[in-house]
Design a binder for this molecule. Structure first.
Ligand SMILES: [Zn+2]
Length: 479
């Protein structure tokens, strides 16, 4: 007969652990009694880390797995997930081996969600929030293709088609064809280049003043701010070359009518313009790691120093430090590959739940429109019946108005039905794609950081471990 097993584990640092073996046992036995399970064997691991120790070095767990694979075990009772493993890779391996033998796992700790509910439930949120964007990206791709096709119709010195985006200063797009707005705009462009190629603000009294600053130059040239001037000075379109970049596609066309300045003047303007730009501080990004971030050696917090983009240990800031980019990239990679692992293991479940949630959402929308449509139809009926009763001709105005509303409802209703079909198709097609880091929608990737609870940094080997926040209390260690 198949039996019910109890597995308990206590880690190395006894005093830090709230979860003594005895406590785990008593909670699990109580749970088994209450739920009608009879425990036939207890498997235990003392002084074993759930993070560092390999499965084969954990005697209790190895024995349990052997018995499971021998077909002797039907149920396993465990206090919490992290008793099985704290390392994701290991947890997933154990999980797979349990699943292969169709073993039921029961977690007994309060707040510990049953299998599937925890990480997956949370992930679903992530995935679903990314779906809308994913769809958007597909539509975007089509738009980009049509923009590129338009640009490709351009003919040098004849017609330049504008592929979209912000128009260069002084230009309009008429039926998609690029042209100067008017002579006044062209004159303004000429003035900008004259000023910058000479490096002086030409005065009315013909007294030349060297350009004091970009802002002053912009003011003198009657622009709102320096960025407008910058967009003119840097744009080669004013030498006649139209460069259009759409995604990875680049096209260059030439149209002599667009030429306001010659190549030499353009280059001189660049040099002078750049001399003003130089020395400007490059933009620094704010720190992403806003959760608890600890130096493993000193147990003190790592603080972010804005001046040189470093995270530094508060105890030994000179020795224990890491650059923002290095650290954040490493953390990002770990978190994302963790998400992907979870998605892979729970693929079918995630897919099913995702489909269910999306179609529920659609159904409730469709219901609303259905009701609206029915209401309007009966309203229309009432009008007609009322007029028949009164033996009067129908009032055309009211009839037309109601007809319009009904047909609008009808249209919306049909659009939704189509959309529902589209979403279903999308899910069927894309579920598998969600299992690599690159294919995770951007929104999911960004949101991944919200799920980090703690990061530990080792001065010797970089990031030590990241705790992912789950619904349950103490999180899961992932690296
Ligand atoms: Zn330190």
């Amino acid at each position: 007969m198949k039996k019910t097993a109890l597995y308990v584990r206590q880690s190395l640092e006894k005093d830090k652990q709230k979860m003594s073996i005895d406590m785990q046992k008593s909670v699990c036995i109580e749970w088994a009694d209450k739920n009608g399970y009879q425990i036939s064997k207890v498997y235990q691991d003392y002084n074993v880390s759930g993070l560092k120790t390999k499965i084969e070095d954990r005697n209790g767990l190895s024995e349990l797995l052997r018995d499971i694979e021998g077909g002797f075990v039907e149920n396993v009772i465990v206090y919490k997930r992290d008793r099985l493993a704290r390392d994701v890779q290991q947890y997933l391996e154990i999980y797979e081996r349990f699943k292969d033998e169709k073993v039921h796992i029961h977690f007994t700790a309060d707040n510990e969600p049953p299998l599937f509910q925890g990480p997956v439930g949370e992930l679903l949120e992530l995935v679903i929030s990314g779906v809308a964007q994913y769809e958007g990206e597909n539509i975007n791709k089509k738009l980009i293709d049509s923009r590129i096709a338009k640009v490709k119709m351009s003919v040098d010195n004849k017609k330049i088609y504008w592929g979209g985006g912000t128009l260069p200063f002084g230009f309009v797009s008429k039926d998609g064809v690029l042209q100067h707005i008017n002579d006044e705009a062209v004159e303004k462009i000429r003035c900008v280049f004259e000023t910058f190629s000479r490096g002086v603000l030409a005065d009315e009294g013909n007294i030349s003043i060297p350009i004091p600053s970009l802002t002053e130059a912009a003011k003198h040239l009657r622009f709102k701010d320096a960025s407008q001037v910058e967009s003119i000075v840097k744009n080669r379109i004013h030498t006649g070359y139209v460069v259009q970049r759409i995604g990875k596609f680049t096209a260059e066309h030439f149209f002599k009518d667009f030429r306001v300045v010659d190549e030499e003047t353009f280059q001189r303007a660049q040099e002078i313009y750049n001399s003003f730009k130089r020395g400007k501080v490059s933009r620094k990004s704010p720190p992403i790691i806003t959760c608890e971030f600890i130096c493993e050696e000193c147990h003190s917090p790592m603080a972010f120093k804005k001046d040189n983009q470093m995270y530094r240990c508060e105890n030994k800031p000179r020795a224990h430090k890491t650059h923002q980019n290095d650290l954040e990239n490493a953390v990002r990679n770990q978190v994302l590959s963790y998400l992907v692992k979870l998605l892979k293991v729970n693929k079918r479940y995630v897919h099913k739940e995702l489909a269910k949630l999306l179609s529920n959402e659609m159904d409730s929308k469709i219901d609303t429109y259905k009701k609206e449509r029915e209401e309007k139809v009966s309203e229309l009926k009432r009008y007609v019946e009322w007029d028949i009763k009164r033996k009067k001709p129908f009032r055309k105005v009211d009839l037309n108005k109601t007809y319009r509303i009904v047909s609008m409802c009808e249209k919306r209703f049909n659009v939704l039905l189509k959309e529902k079909k589209k979403i279903k198709k999308w899910i069927d097609k894309h579920s598998i794609d969600l299992t690599s880091v690159e294919s995770l929608p951007m929104k999911v990737q960004e949101k991944a950081f919200d799920h980090i609870a703690t990061v530990t940094f080792s001065p010797k080997s970089g990031i030590k471990c990241i705790f992912i926040n789950h619904n349950y209390s103490d999180g899961e260690e992932i690296g």
